[in-house]
Design a protein around this ligand. Structure first.
Ligand SMILES: Cc1cc2nc3c(=O)[nH]c(=O)nc-3n(C[C@H](O)[C@H](O)[C@H](O)COP(=O)(O)OP(=O)(O)OC[C@H]3O[C@@H](n4cnc5c(N)ncnc54)[C@H](O)[C@@H]3O)c2cc1C
Ligand SMILES: NC(=O)c1ccc[n+]([C@@H]2O[C@H](COP(=O)([O-])OP(=O)(O)OC[C@H]3O[C@@H](n4cnc5c(N)ncnc54)[C@H](OP(=O)(O)O)[C@@H]3O)[C@@H](O)[C@H]2O)c1
Length: 269
């Protein structure tokens, strides 16, 4: 029998590439309001089955407990979407939560928090500001929400979204972002692959190299500076540490709720 704490249903499950999914989750009650960039929490009991081919889990003893294993996930859907909440996830093979979540089929039940939280939002961006969004891996999720929540006239002047992945197959939302960038003059999309598994005519290398080569500034057509831009970093913590050092050397200040700056970070682990 399903655990009574599970309060939401998987209504979409798209396999993007190996170990990468876009998930739609519909709460039993009304969908919560959220600001683009915020995250919700998903949970499953330890007793829930893991993917059959997942590695042995790092943390022993979870499988015998009904207690919910909970993890934070950035919302990828636009804030106007009311019927379900979208997430973009990668599996951690020996992880506690993702091998259980990835085992859920369409129609499967999951626990979802009743609200979204987080300060990684567009608050403070003005009409003259450029918005530079830099992600690795599934760190793209909040940016998909931020972009998808803009109308014809966005908050901010020029937007650039940079997506760094290991493989071409890991470029989730590629077609959607290509199409949006083609139809919205304010948006540029810069995918960058570090280990292309097939011929690839796009950018290669880590996101820092795109920043240092001036490729991002070529898109905004002006210098990325604290006077002109808000920069958002999301995903791999090592990427965030090194991009943060680069940006701070250019005068960027870390944004805090009570001490606003132009550098916004969301570290996934
Ligand atoms: C605010 C916030 C938002 C997040 N949003 C997303 C999201 O939109 N999509 C998403 O896939 N994940 C997201 N995460 C990470 C997510 O909360 C989990 O940590 C991740 O899914 C691993 O959970 P797990 O229990 O399977 O692994 P755990 O048993 O908790 O093991 C975690 C370890 O796995 C490794 N790891 C590899 N990839 C990841 C990854 N993507 N995230 C975290 N750890 C990783 C790290 O070494 C980490 O220490 C977010 C985290 C935070 C704090
Ligand atoms: N398709 C998936 O995304 C997927 C699927 C299944 C499982 N996983 C697991 O999830 C974990 C995360 O994998 P991931 O590929 O999503 O994320 P990742 O290891 O963070 O790699 C994503 C991108 O970030 C780059 N990167 C890594 N360190 C960086 C740094 N210090 N500065 C700048 N860029 C940096 C990587 O480049 P490099 O190539 O140079 O490292 C890669 O281009 C891994 O354990 C993986 O096995 C991922």
């Amino acid at each position: 029998m399903a655990s009574p704490t599970l309060n939401a249903t998987i209504v979409r499950r798209d396999e993007v590439g190996p170990g990468l999914i876009v998930l739609g989750v519909r709460p039993d009650g009304p969908t919560f309001d959220f600001l683009p960039g915020q995250y919700a929490t998903l949970g499953l009991p330890g007793t829930h089955a893991r993917l059959e081919d997942a590695k042995a889990e790092r943390e022993p003893g979870l499988a015998s407990s009904e207690k919910l294993i909970k993890r934070a996930y950035s919302i990828a859907s636009p804030s106007t979407q009311r019927d379900s909440v979208e997430f973009y996830l990668n599996i951690v093979d020996d992880g506690a939560f993702t091998p259980r979540l990835f085992a859920l089929p369409m129609g499967g039940r999951v626990w979802m928090s009743s609200k979204a939280v987080g300060t990684f939002t567009l608050e403070g961006v003005g009409p003259a500001d450029d918005v530079v969004l830099i992600a690795t891996g599934t760190g793209l999720a909040p940016f998909v929400s931020m972009i998808g929540s803009q109308g014809e006239t966005p908050l901010g002047r020029r937007w650039v979204v940079v997506h760094g992945t290991r493989y071409i197959a890991d470029l989730g939302y590629h077609d959607q972002l290509m199409a949006l960038a083609a139809s919205r003059p304010w948006l540029s999309y810069l995918p960058a692959v570090t280990r292309p598994e097939a011929p690839w005519s796009g950018q290669t290398g880590r996101v820092q190299s795109l920043f240092e080569s001036g490729a991002i500034e070529a898109m905004t057509q002006r210098q990325v500076s604290p006077q002109t831009s808000h920069v958002y970093l999301c995903g791999n913590p090592d990427m965030i540490t090194s991009m943060q050092a680069l940006l701070e050397s250019r005068g960027f200040k870390l944004h805090k709720r009570h001490d606003p700056g132009q550098l916004h970070i969301e570290s996934y682990w």
